[in-house]
Design a protein around this ligand. Structure first.
Ligand code: OAD
Ligand code: ZN
Length: 240
């Protein structure tokens, strides 16, 4: 029995982390192009680091909600692949062991010349990446090559490592596909809806679902904490 859970910012909304596209979204007075693009980084590293330092402090303080814990519970019982667009670590805090963070994670740093999908010439990259317990500061340099360190998050215009080889390995084995808390507007992540379109049982949990994308899904229109724990309890009974 294999289950894929694909999550977005809505999963962590009830833990106090605002979503990207809702009111009072995550950018809070910052312009996306200033703080979440390679060009923004080239123009003002300090501004980018200040923005992520705030995010780091905030996300450290937040606690998982009932939906994160429900996913952890599911992973205890079944073969669960947990793919998230979120850079927070609330799924880990709830006890999920192996989370695919396709947009990176706030508690890691990497060299500004680290690329998850390597460029054509290997001399144009440095593979330094490490966990952190404090945010990257301006002036923190890569111990391997001396270039600047940066947060391990994916910015607009950067390649996303979708772990395509791993995805193809599981594509035809997935029994249940659960999507929670995403506007499914950001690619390539949103391609997962198409990639797993033939999975026999599919659920989509979101208070504001985009029905155009949801062919074949059972849509649970509401908050993650309202529907996910109940859904997971019923799956446990059904599939046990
Ligand atoms: P969005 O902000 O685009 O969408 C959040 C979704 O969560 C919306 O569909 C909301 O209706 C839903 N939502 C809000 N509250 C919820 C709750 N309590 N329970 C369940 N759902 C709720 O966030 P994402 O789809 O995650 O990328 O955005 C995708 C990517 O866009 C992010 O990973 C980020 C951003 O650019 C990068 O930073 C690379
Ligand atoms: Zn380096």
């Amino acid at each position: 029995m294999m289950i894929v859970v694909f999550s977005g910012a809505g999963l962590s909304a009830e833990s106090g982390i605002p979503t990207f596209r809702g009111d009072g979204g995550l950018w809070e007075g910052y312009k996306i192009e200033d703080v979440a693009t390679p060009l923004g980084w080239m123009q003002n590293q300090k501004l980018v680091l200040d923005f992520y330092a705030q995010g780091f402090e905030k996300m450290q303080k937040c606690q998982p909600n009932a939906a994160h814990f429900a996913i952890a519970e599911l992973a205890n019982h079944f073969d669960v692949v947990c793919i998230t667009q979120n850079i927070d670590t609330l799924l880990e805090k709830a006890g999920v062991k192996d989370v695919w963070h396709i947009h990176g994670r706030i508690d890691y740093q990497k060299c500004e010349w680290h690329f998850d999908i390597p460029p054509m010439y290997s001399e144009w990259q440095c593979n330094y990446k490490s966990p952190i317990n404090k945010p990257v500061e301006w002036g923190d340099l890569c111990p391997k090559c001396g270039k600047h360190l940066r947060p391990d998050v994916v910015w607009f215009g950067e390649a996303v490592d979708m772990r395509v080889d791993d995805l193809y390995k599981i594509q035809n084995q997935v029994d249940v596909f659960i999507v929670v808390g995403t506007s499914a507007q950001v690619y390539p992540a949103a391609n997962l809806l198409k990639f797993f379109q033939d999975v026999p049982t599919k659920y989509f949990i979101d208070p504001d679902p985009n029905y155009e994308l949801l062919d074949g899904f059972t849509v649970l229109e509401g908050k993650a904490t309202k529907y996910l724990p109940a859904l997971i309890e019923s799956l446990k009974e059904e599939l046990a």
